[in-house]
Design a protein around this ligand. Structure first.
Ligand code: SAM
Length: 286
């Protein structure tokens, strides 16, 4: 049986119809799965967290390679399938919950030990919550080695862009601050059942040992970045003043001049180092 037949068979056997509102598009292309496994470089010393295992197509391949696989699935309809397929595997754990509600830090720390040394996230993500999932993975100080996830292609381009160049958003800076991002595979829409309306890409975020730039107040740093992207058409000065990060236009102008930046510059033109410099100057003024 090939993967398309197997997927249809499982869906028919368990009476599954893909739930669009849960972002269910099941992978049916063997080559794509092989590539994801290869890119993830999984060893028996790895803990893999799979977000949204669905019918278990990727899960079964992860289980062959990893020291342990923890699959987090929200849809209760998938539980029988996953348990029937994998409950005999000693290295399989299934959590029925919304990934956004799971305490990942506690979960990972509990599972890392002398034998299982690294944690990687490998997943074909539910696209409707791509951004909150990635922000949670990056901002919660998790002991992660890397994040290898399938996302919508246009989103992949924005997530892996170099800040200061085009196609960036506040999340681009967060990703660049914590990781080395790259698009590792383009995946056309016909590789899924049902076929989504968009093309996809797999991105790899290799977590950095320490953040890319030094800032003495991370909250302020990210508040500045969020404010710069909250009103894209506004100049950075207006955004900083409107969001009450700097008290007056005059102060903001002085700040930008001492950072060697044009006073009419918009947030999207700034590099991550520019934001770090501004952050340190504002901190000194406080
Ligand atoms: N891994 C499977 C595959 O590649 O064929 C399915 C991937 S499908 C794109 C996304 C999966 O995420 C679905 O199984 C869906 O039920 C699950 N999901 C959706 N929202 C979720 C959430 N908040 N937490 C955990 N899983 C979720």
């Amino acid at each position: 049986m090939n993967l398309i037949e197997e997927t249809k068979f499982i869906m028919h056997k368990y009476g599954i119809t893909a739930n669009k509102s849960l972002g269910q598009n099941f992978l049916i292309n063997e080559n794509v799965i092989n590539s994801i496994i290869e890119i993830s470089q999984i060893s028996n010393e790895d803990l893999i967290i799979e977000i949204g295992p669905g019918l278990g197509t990727l899960t079964s391949r992860l289980l062959d390679k990893a020291g342990k696989v923890i699959a987090i699935e929200l849809d209760t309809k998938m539980l029988n399938i996953l348990n029937d397929r994998f409950s005999l595997y000693k290295n399989f754990e299934l959590i029925n919950n919304d990934v956004l509600k799971v305490n990942l830090k506690e979960l990972i720390e509990k599972n890392l030990n002398q034998n299982i040394k690294k944690c990687k996230i490998v997943a074909n993500l539910p696209y409707y919550i791509t951004t909150p999932i990635i922000m949670k993975l990056l901002e919660n100080n998790l002991p992660l080695d890397s994040i290898i996830v399938m996302v919508q292609k246009e989103v992949a381009i924005r997530l892996t862009a170099i800040p200061g160049q085009k196609d960036t958003g506040a999340i681009t800076h967060s990703i660049y601050y914590y990781s080395e991002p790259e698009i590792v595979l383009d995946v056309p829409r016909n590789c899924f059942i049902p076929s989504p309306d968009v093309n996809s890409s797999v991105i790899k975020l290799q977590l950095l040992k320490s953040p890319r730039v030094k800032v003495s107040n991370e909250k302020l740093f990210f508040d500045i970045i969020k404010s710069a992207f909250s009103q894209k058409r506004k100049t950075l000065i207006n955004s900083l003043v409107n969001n009450k990060i700097v008290s007056s236009k005059e102060n903001a102008e002085k700040l930008l001049k001492s950072a060697n930046l044009d006073t009419k510059i918009r947030g999207e033109k700034l590099s991550i180092q520019d934001f770090a410099n501004i952050c340190e100057m504002i901190k000194k003024q406080q």
